[in-house]
Unconditional design. Structure first.
Length: 318
């Protein structure tokens, strides 16, 4: 199943995680609570005054920045739309790979993934995202049936408003808000996927704070996340999703243009969680390159920050 969606900026504002907006501006994340306030001046003043005196100037700056952001969204950003592409495909796992069945000709395509090479501190296992997809012949009960599928997605805000290049504040405001809207589109798309498109959590009803805390079943690891660190994985996703159909172009390094774009996987497994692949060994680089069908020298460029030749290659969780 392939689905294309388009969202207005107004529909996405409730799904904007303001914590990351303020982080991008160098403000401490505690001040993201301004987004939860009533807009009246008395509420703002009371909120500022509850901080220690040394923090009140930063709290006041957060109020001014948030108000400016909301004005921008209601004016320059009012005509913005975010586009999304989603594919729900039958899948099976085999060690560190997920194999998906494409609709065109019912052919299989390999999604090569990376595994932790040091046991995770939380449970002592070496995790890979493939662990959260059922192996061929996996369980038959309703809870595991959804794990025989995997979701692939991309979202982007492509038609950015014209900004005054001589005004760095307006330029940064535009970019950081478009980045947040692209992330909000991924959040809202994932909500639709869980409730309807994939439908493994049809009764889910969570407030925005619970969505941001990922208190739902499943996982949405994005390319560039610690569990999916290889930016060149975007080329694998693009072969299936056709990102150009929603206005995304990939650079030679796997970066998405425009910058306000997100891509990744969606998993329904009840125990799926984030983890960091961390350092990998030269032997895992060679194994990963073979599974990708690319020269080691090519993937070395993408994974140079993650290489550690002293780490032995693990192919199983334990």
């Amino acid at each position: 199943m392939y689905v294309s969606q388009e969202y207005t900026s107004a529909s996405l504002v409730p799904y904007v995680n303001w914590l990351y907006f303020f982080h991008a501006w160098g403000l401490r994340t505690r001040f993201s609570g301004v987004a939860d306030l009533h807009c009246c001046p008395a509420c703002r003043t009371q909120w500022i005054d509850h901080f220690p005196e040394a923090d009140r100037s930063e709290a006041a700056e957060a109020v001014r920045l948030y108000d400016e952001a909301m004005r921008w969204l209601h004016r320059e950003g009012a005509s913005l739309t975010a586009k999304a592409k989603f594919a729900l495909l039958p899948a099976r796992s085999c060690e560190d790979d997920v194999w998906v069945l494409l609709e065109e000709g019912k052919t299989e395509k390999r999604l090569p993934l990376l595994r932790q090479q040091r046991p995770d501190a939380a449970d002592g296992l070496c995790h890979c995202l493939a662990d959260f997809v059922s192996p061929q012949g996996g369980g038959e009960n309703p809870r595991t049936e959804s794990e025989k599928f995997i979701g692939l997605f991309a979202t982007a805000v492509t038609a950015l408003p014209t900004t005054d290049e001589a005004d760095p504040f307006r330029r940064m405001l535009c970019q950081t808000l478009c980045d947040r809207l692209a992330e909000a589109a991924a959040e809202y798309l994932h909500l639709e996927v869980r409730r309807h498109l994939w439908g493994y959590a049809p009764q889910e009803c969570l407030p925005a704070a619970a969505l941001f805390a990922e208190d739902y079943r499943g996982l949405r690891p994005a390319v560039g996340y610690p569990s999916l660190p290889d930016l060149s994985f975007n080329f694998v996703l693009d072969e299936i999703l056709d990102m150009a159909s929603i206005g995304i172009r990939l650079t030679e390094h796997g970066m998405m243009q425009p910058h306000a774009a997100v891509s990744g996987l969606m998993l329904s497994h009840a125990e799926a969680r984030h983890f960091a692949v961390g350092r990998i060994g030269e032997d895992q680089l060679a194994d990963y390159a073979a599974r990708r069908g690319l020269p080691e020298s090519t993937l070395r460029k993408y994974l140079s920050r993650h290489l550690n030749c002293r780490v032995p290659h693990t192919t199983h969780r334990d």
